[in-house]
Design a protein around this ligand. Structure first.
Ligand code: 5GP
Ligand code: MG
Length: 469
């Protein structure tokens, strides 16, 4: 998963807005970040491994400024955490940078496109899908002389998977999304300047008003003549059969900030509705509802409000620990849970606890927390999960592990309950989850129901298995 941002102004430097926006989206990627800016004449790039504050604590140089640009925070799904895989990817010719692109998502026919480009003499530095997007567009534009909008349309036709992307040239800014609109991408304005971002808090921080989401398959351009929206043409829809959307439901469950609006919903509302659904379908007797902060706070609140049980903050989170899920080895993940949470004994002592988390992936967090909560005096633990059983890998940008590592694909419900040592365990059902969004048929639930809306090539599945990710 990653976060992208774009900025366009006729005159004002956008470096600070880009960096502040990336900072608001730091949760979408903590490994690396980068910014490309153009002053109208020169397109320049600065990127590095580390948090936004580390890489962009200072302007890279006094003249690193521009009235248009794009930026990225990275959480690797394709390609390791190496400098050559960081984004934006800039394509340069003899007279300097011609375009820079950054993308959020994951494409499923990466190798097919890469080999096609390699056969035409294009070199690759890393193994990140953003590089394929950038170089595919650049090749069509430079070698075939295709205008950029046409090159992007071609890409939307040929490259399958999830991409919410921002592209900047010396004078124009482009935002576009795959025809299924898997990943979010919104844009806003203060009446003069524009920001495009994966999550709306990046607009809020710049005091930009939300205008709309970039439509699935849409291309939007900004240049001296203003903004132009180019919706997805029917022709592609016809060729593909019914192009419906496949918005990632996991954005609302876990990934997005609660104050983000995506796919027509505020994530906070969806989470509260999930909590309410869990409570309304529950008959457990308990004394207190406690979230596993921060990702399940709103789910637990929704549960508490619907059940009438008191909501207590019984687990205190240390905010200086990165997301535990990110640590690659199991031993570090285990330690991470203890470093991250400390129980408030006074909340748990003698209580029957409804412990709410947004998801169970490998089962590490729930098992450790159950032990911790019991150690803090809880008499019963009723684990409630704000999503269905995670039983399938994601090929569209969420870094879910391979199926073997997903506890939900290896164990029955009761085995999971036993493994995490809860007294009872309930998940949200897929149908229950669907009732928490409008137009559920427009969402992708593949990590829960295994129904992949975009065909995943066998090579891609194998790659995931081999990488053991
Ligand atoms: P588990 O410990 O079961 O492997 O993971 C469950 C925990 O990881 C939950 O607390 C959930 O909030 C968090 N989580 C779920 N999905 C993701 C993800 O894609 N990335 C990260 N960093 N954490 C996740
Ligand atoms: Mg969590």
């Amino acid at each position: 998963m990653c976060g992208v941002i774009g900025y366009y102004s006729d005159e004002r430097d956008g470096f600070a807005d880009i960096v502040n926006g990336l900072f608001q989206m730091q949760h979408r990627g903590q490994d690396a970040c980068g910014v490309a800016v153009s002053d109208g004449r020169r397109l320049r790039l600065h990127k590095g491994i580390g948090y936004v504050r580390e890489v962009f604590g200072h302007r890279p140089s006094d003249d690193f400024a521009g009235r248009l640009g794009c930026g990225h925070v990275r959480y690797p799904t394709q390609g390791g955490n190496r400098p050559e895989n960081t984004q934006p990817h800039m394509v340069t010719t003899l007279d300097g940078g011609i375009l820079a692109l950054c993308s959020n998502g994951d494409i499923v026919n990466y190798w097919g496109i890469r080999e096609w480009l390699e056969a035409r003499g294009v070199d690759f530095e890393g193994s990140n899908d953003g590089e394929v997007l950038a170089k595919y567009i650049a090749w069509l534009h430079v070698s075939e002389g295709m205008p950029l909008v046409r090159a992007i349309r071609r890409l939307q036709d040929d490259i399958r998977g999830a991409y919410s992307a921002v592209l900047v040239t010396r004078e124009r800014l482009f935002a576009f999304r795959d025809p299924y609109g898997v990943r979010p991408l919104s844009f806003g304005t203060d009446g003069k300047d524009w920001i495009i971002a994966s999550e709306t808090p990046a607009l809020d921080i710049a005091r930009m008003d939300f205008v709309d989401e970039v439509g699935p398959g849409e291309i939007i351009t900004w240049d001296e003549e203003g903004m132009h929206r180019l919706p997805h043409p029917d022709i592609i829809a016809a060729r593909r059969g019914r192009v419906d959307t496949a918005h990632c439901i996991f954005e609302h469950i876990y990934f997005s900030r609660p104050d983000s609006k995506a796919f027509g919903h505020l994530a906070y509302d969806v989470r509260k509705r999930i909590g309410a659904w869990l409570a309304e379908t529950d008959d457990v007797e308990a004394d207190v509802v406690v979230p596993v902060p921060d990702s399940s706070n709103a789910v637990a609140l929704g549960y508490a409000q619907a059940s009438g049980l008191p909501f207590e903050i019984g687990l205190i989170r240390n905010h200086y620990v990165g997301r535990t899920f990110i640590s690659p080895e199991q031993s570090r993940r285990d330690e991470g849970v203890r470093l991250k949470f400390n129980p408030v004994r006074e909340v748990f002592e003698g209580k029957r606890v409804v412990l709410v988390d947004d998801s169970i992936v490998r089962g590490t967090t729930s098992r450790k927390l159950a032990r911790m909560v019991r150690g803090a005096g809880a008499s019963e633990i009723h684990m409630r999960v704000g999503s269905p059983i995670t039983a399938h890998s994601c090929f569209y940008g969420i870094d879910t592990p391979s199926r073997q590592e997903l506890i939900g694909s290896r164990m029955t419900l009761d085995e999971i309950r036993e493994h995490i040592t809860a007294d009872t365990l309930r998940y949200t059902t897929v149908e229950g989850l669907k009732s928490c969004v409008d137009r559920p048929e427009g969402f992708c639930f593949a990590c829960f129901d295994g129904k992949y809306p975009i065909a995943v090539a066998e090579e891609k599945r194998m790659e995931l298995v081999e990488a053991g990710t």
